[in-house]
Design a protein around this ligand. Structure first.
Ligand code: SF4
Length: 354
């Protein structure tokens, strides 16, 4: 069976997530607490567990979109060993044969992608592979203990694309030895690889990770939330300019990287993506008001109903900021379902969102 590149990340397939801990991972990435997880309570799921979990999702899942995928995530799939890889794929196969699921996706380290390992996937309906790139800067990869080079990501992406897989690239911000310029450089080099989509994750300090001891001894300072949101906003806009969808910004508990009680410090927010989009809208409105000689007060902003929360910002922070910055007493937010989602009316000026 050839890979089925029939999913469009922008089309938001229903993804059935199956967390696969990387048992016995030979690496120790500085931000990862897998070593403290494995061997304790988390095991690679059995065929029965996979079937139960997938059936649970299929039964109670949200309204079915056009595409449904089983996603093996959390570890480095192609580094699991051939027997485990085959048993996981074989457990997923019946759902594809029954047409309940369209295809399979997984995440893996760039240096696990070899012609031999991809040969192993022949005959399985794997459509999408995500690579944990993290950075395209070798000194940053070294400092993070990743054990692979940027060149591995270049080679892996080329190999996967040549074989027809959809490729997603995951990058991190706030790693030791990295900064805003380094993150933008990573984004440039990722864009040059023309992935089908990207994810952007902030570096968090997790209990049991090497980064935790550095943080606790004052040798690592995580990014602040506001600075991280602003950097991720720049990255999002950069990728958008290059027509590369950003399908996730920030971590969710369901990413498997944060168990209850694991989070120690760092720019975590459950609505991280919303904060980024809110800041994009705030910038656009601020820029429009900055070009007005005397912004009207009360100020009227007219938006499509789906954009209201982004214009308001979290806890209406955007409106508070605008009032303060432009000395406004009142902002009236009007909804207009006929308005294009990408356009706002700020007083009588049309503002196009980037
Ligand atoms: S991030 Fe992946 S490769 Fe790195 S230590 Fe954790 S499981 Fe291993």
């Amino acid at each position: 069976m050839t890979p089925r590149g029939d999913t469009t990340p922008a089309g938001r397939p229903l993804i059935i997530p199956l967390f696969i801990p990387h048992m016995g991972c030979p690496h120790q990435c500085i931000f990862c607490n897998q070593q403290s997880i494995t061997g304790k309570s988390v095991q690679t799921p059995s065929r029965d567990q996979i079937h139960r979990e997938v059936n649970r999702f299929l039964k109670y899942g949200k309204k079915r979109p056009s595409t449904t995928q089983i996603s093996f995530f959390g570890g480095s799939f192609l580094g699991l060993g051939k027997t485990t890889i085959l048993s996981l794929l074989e457990a997923a196969i019946p759902f594809v044969q029954e047409a309940d699921v369209d295809s399979i996706r997984f995440s893996t380290r760039p240096d696990t992608v070899t012609p031999e390992m991809l040969d192993l996937l022949n005959g399985f309906p794997v459509s999408t592979v995500e690579l944990g790139v993290q950075s395209m800067n070798d000194p940053v990869l070294d400092a993070a203990g990743r054990g692979h080079r940027a060149a591995d990501t270049v080679a892996a992406t080329a190999l996967l694309k040549k074989r027809g897989y959809q490729v997603g690239l995951q990058m991190m911000v706030g790693l030791p030895e990295d900064d805003d310029d380094g993150a933008m450089e990573t984004a440039c080099r990722i864009a040059a690889l023309q992935p089908d989509f990207v994810r952007i994750y902030p570096t968090l300090v997790l209990k049991g990770s090497p980064l935790a001891s550095r943080f606790l001894s004052g040798r690592y300072h995580p990014m602040g939330l506001a600075a991280c949101v602003t950097l991720v906003k720049r990255l999002y806009l950069f990728f958008k300019t290059h027509h590369i969808p950003v399908v996730r910004m920030g971590l969710q508990a369901s990413d498997g990287l944060t168990r209850a009680g694991d989070f120690i410090a760092g720019p975590y927010h459950p609505a991280f993506g919303h904060l980024v989009h809110g800041e994009i809208v705030l910038d656009a409105i601020s820029s429009a008001l900055g070009r007005m000689e005397n912004p009207p007060d009360p100020l009227t902003i007219t938006v499509h109903p789906t954009m209201v929360s982004r214009v308001q910002g979290l806890n209406k922070n955007n409106l508070r900021h605008l009032k303060h910055a432009f000395d406004l007493k009142k902002i009236a937010l009007l909804q207009n379902a006929n308005q294009d989602q990408n356009h706002l009316m700020v007083a009588d000026r049309q503002v196009t969102l980037p």
